[in-house]
Design a protein around this ligand. Structure first.
Ligand SMILES: *Cc1c(COP(=O)(O)O)cnc(C)c1O
Length: 383
């Protein structure tokens, strides 16, 4: 049986009429830039995350860039983050002239290690030069929150801003000291992506920033329209980072189904977890499960670790089972960041993860027969 890594047609089929009606409304209104459709979607995402403000943006990448800009991060500053992430996390920091100060990951969760962050802050490496550490940018990788309690404590202790890269984690929950919190709602600004493969995916690119801070909300609204709070008056240099009304219309329909999709992904994860028990396949760990949280993990990706990963991947591909490596090259080893001075061996956990990880199909519409086929092939290939 062939099983794709992701099947967006299966998600679209039952929503077709509803989505096309919502898109038709935008077409009839001919109101494409911001406006009521975007505002309504922003209000719904803000409510979903339990925060007062949400700002629709052109992509997850632009949400990260706008967030850093709103906090005035630039040359002379450093931002602590993880090398085991999608390029945009580091790219947004570097594009503003700031330095990405990387700390290794916790091998269990693939997320930023709080101990690693503490030691960077307490004994800054030489590569920091005279730069000031201004912000922390934890990534909630694969749909599970980074360990925010110790990270928020460090941020408070050292006066750092916190930007959550929640691109893969909209709706994921975390047992914060202040109560159950949603990804993106714990730091100063949380950033989401609506890239089609995310749990809430649009018909193209889209993103959003959420915040509890009214000043940051108005800064982000200005930043998305060329630094202009008032037409033809520009207070700062910026760009065009707006979310399209058509995307907002599509995403607002899909948002109503998001909780049920998260739940289906979790059921699928439990199926795989069970299938891989006692085998050579290391299933992902949901470290906050069992603690009153519903969305302890939203499984944007279900990522196993396996020895001889490349051989296993080739065998799965041959059998028609979709799979992918997120991410094969950690950010400190990317050619475009060579000048930053990082080397192989700097982040051994990230480098090992890059050699062992493999993402399997986990989309909500998978059937049990498809999952069984995936599990059988994985177990066969892993030996
Ligand atoms: C998808 C993603 C982004 C970027 O989002 P885009 O909408 O594709 O620009 C940033 N960070 C992480 C961790 C992501 O997975």
């Amino acid at each position: 049986m062939k099983v794709p890594l992701l099947d967006l047609k299966a998600q679209y089929a039952p929503l077709r009429e509803e989505i096309r009606t919502a898109m038709d409304e935008v077409c009839d209104a001919q109101q494409f830039i911001l406006g009521a459709r975007v505002q309504a979607f922003e209000a719904h995402v803000a409510a979903y995350c339990g925060v007062p403000y949400a700002i629709g943006l052109s992509s997850g990448t632009d949400a990260l860039l706008a967030a850093l800009m709103s906090l005035d991060i630039g040359p002379g500053d450093a931002v602590i983050t993880s090398p085991f992430t999608f390029f945009a996390t580091i790219g947004s920091i570097v594009r503003l002239g700031a330095f990405p100060l990387m700390a290794d990951i916790d091998p269990v969760t693939f997320n930023l290690s709080p101990a690693g962050v503490r030691s960077l802050i307490e004994s800054p490496p030489r590569r920091l030069k005279k730069r000031t550490i201004k912000a922390l940018m934890p990534v909630h990788l694969f749909g599970q929150c980074a360990d925010m309690n110790p990270l928020l404590d460090l941020a408070r202790q050292y006066g750092l801003c916190v930007i959550e890269d929640a691109a893969q984690a909209i709706g994921a929950e975390y047992p914060a000291r202040t109560g159950v919190s949603k990804a993106g709602a714990m730091g100063d600004i949380g950033c989401f992506s609506f890239f089609p493969s995310k749990n809430l995916g649009g018909f193209g690119d889209g993103g959003m920033a959420v915040t509890r801070n009214a000043t940051l909300d108005s800064a982000l609204r200005t930043i998305r329209v060329h630094g202009s709070a008032e037409q033809y008056r520009h207070d700062r240099l910026s760009g065009n980072f707006r979310l399209d009304a058509l995307q907002a219309a599509v995403l607002d329909v899909k948002l109503k189904h998001l909780e049920s999709w998260h739940a289906a992904r979790r059921v699928h994860a439990a199926f795989y977890d069970h299938a891989f028990q006692g085998s050579k396949v290391q299933a992902p760990r949901s470290v906050y499960a069992g603690q009153i949280l519903t969305n302890h993990h939203i499984y944007n990706q279900y990522v196993i670790r396996v020895a001889e990963r490349d051989r296993v991947q080739a065998a799965l591909q041959k059998a028609g089972i979709g799979c992918a490596i997120y991410y094969p090259v950690p950010m400190h080893l990317q050619p475009c960041f060579r000048y930053l001075g990082y080397h192989t061996g700097d982040f051994p956990e990230s480098e090992q993860a890059a050699r062992e990880v493999l993402a399997l199909p986990i989309y909500p519409e998978l059937t049990e027969a498809m999952q069984q086929a995936v599990a059988d092939e994985v177990l066969k290939a892993a030996g």
